[in-house]
Design a protein around this ligand. Structure first.
Ligand code: CO8
Length: 264
């Protein structure tokens, strides 16, 4: 399946494969990778194709040019009305991103704003260049985040800090974003893609089904009570004992060797 996606002529992204890593690169550099409807459709199409291919262990998301993504495409929506949004139902494509089970690592740099930040926040790990500017500038356009910004930020930061980010529309440094727990790692600018690949390769060597089920349990935990979350956790914990990788991982420990995980 991922072979087909590698041969697809995308207009707004580039798609590639390096060993067990599926790579999606935002590619509208002259528009600072502003996310058009076509672009989010292409991103999720590529993600789903990689997700269906068991030989793809990790998806790596990054951007060409000066920015990871400076938001949703303002030119595309400037003259639209509420009915356009209702009829085009574009958020359905954003929702499809949340159903992707393969772990996603994002490498971000430059501007990570508005819908661009919301896209980054759908990744499971965000590796950021130290000069990256993060923010939700929608309020300066007279609107607000629409692809999860208010919800994710509030759950992660609490109301007080969330209002600071969302009401001011200010940009925040990578250091601040890391301190607030919004991103995973900050690295020197020139190392951001390399570091993201290092993480992706490290994760790609892990037990794939365990990584997927941990992702599912962590994401469930964001929304559920502790008791409900632990129920989900235990189901997944038990499920892993149906995998060959569990047998291999524990046997390798007993035999004092490195495990060879097959994703079975
Ligand atoms: N949409 C469309 N085009 C953009 C966007 C954008 N978000 N950001 C930049 N561009 C384009 C500019 O129009 C410009 O194109 P051109 O050369 O043809 O005029 C090119 O990218 C370069 O931009 P600038 O000349 O402005 O570059 P600067 O270095 O001077 O400034 C900034 C960089 C500060 C990042 C500036 O471009 C900026 O403020 N961009 C807009 C940031 C913003 O407001 N983002 C939020 C958008 S709204 C949103 O994301 C809502 C999400 C809702 C959910 C998603 C579903 C729709």
């Amino acid at each position: 399946m991922s072979k087909d996606v590698l041969e697809t002529a995308f207009k707004t992204i580039e798609v590639a494969r390096e060993d067990r890593i599926g790579i999606v690169t935002l590619n509208r550099p002259n528009q600072l990778n502003a996310i058009s409807r076509g672009m989010i459709r292409e991103i999720v199409t590529a993600f789903e194709a990689f997700d269906e291919d068991p030989s793809v262990r990790i998806i790596l998301l990054k951007g060409n040019g000066r920015a990871f993504a400076a938001g949703a495409d303002i030119h595309e929506m400037a003259n639209e009305g509420a009915v356009d949004f209702e009829l085009k139902n574009q958020f359905a494509d954003w929702d499809r991103l949340l159903a992707v089970k393969t772990p996603v690592v994002a490498a971000v740099h430059g501007f990570v704003l508005g819908g661009g930040f919301e896209l980054a926040l759908t990744a499971d790990m965000i590796v950021a260049a130290e000069s990256t500017q993060f923010g939700f500038p929608e309020v300066k356009l007279g609107v607000m985040p629409g692809a999860g910004g208010t919800q994710r930020i509030t759950k992660q930061l609490g109301r007080s800090k969330a209002f600071r980010w969302l009401w001011t529309g200010d940009s925040f440094s990578a250091t601040q974003a890391e301190r607030d727990g919004l991103i995973s790692v900050v690295v020197p600018d020139e190392l951001v893609v390399e570091e993201a690949f290092t993480w992706a390769n490290r994760l790609a060597g892990g037990a794939p089904i365990a990584l997927r089920l941990i992702k599912e349990a962590v994401n469930a935990g964001v929304d559920l009570s502790i008791a409900e979350g632990m129920f989900a956790e235990r189901k997944n914990f038990s499920l892993l004992f149906a995998t060959e990788d569990q047998k291999e991982g524990m046997r390798a420990f007993q035999e004092k060797r490195s495990p060879r995980f097959q994703g079975r």
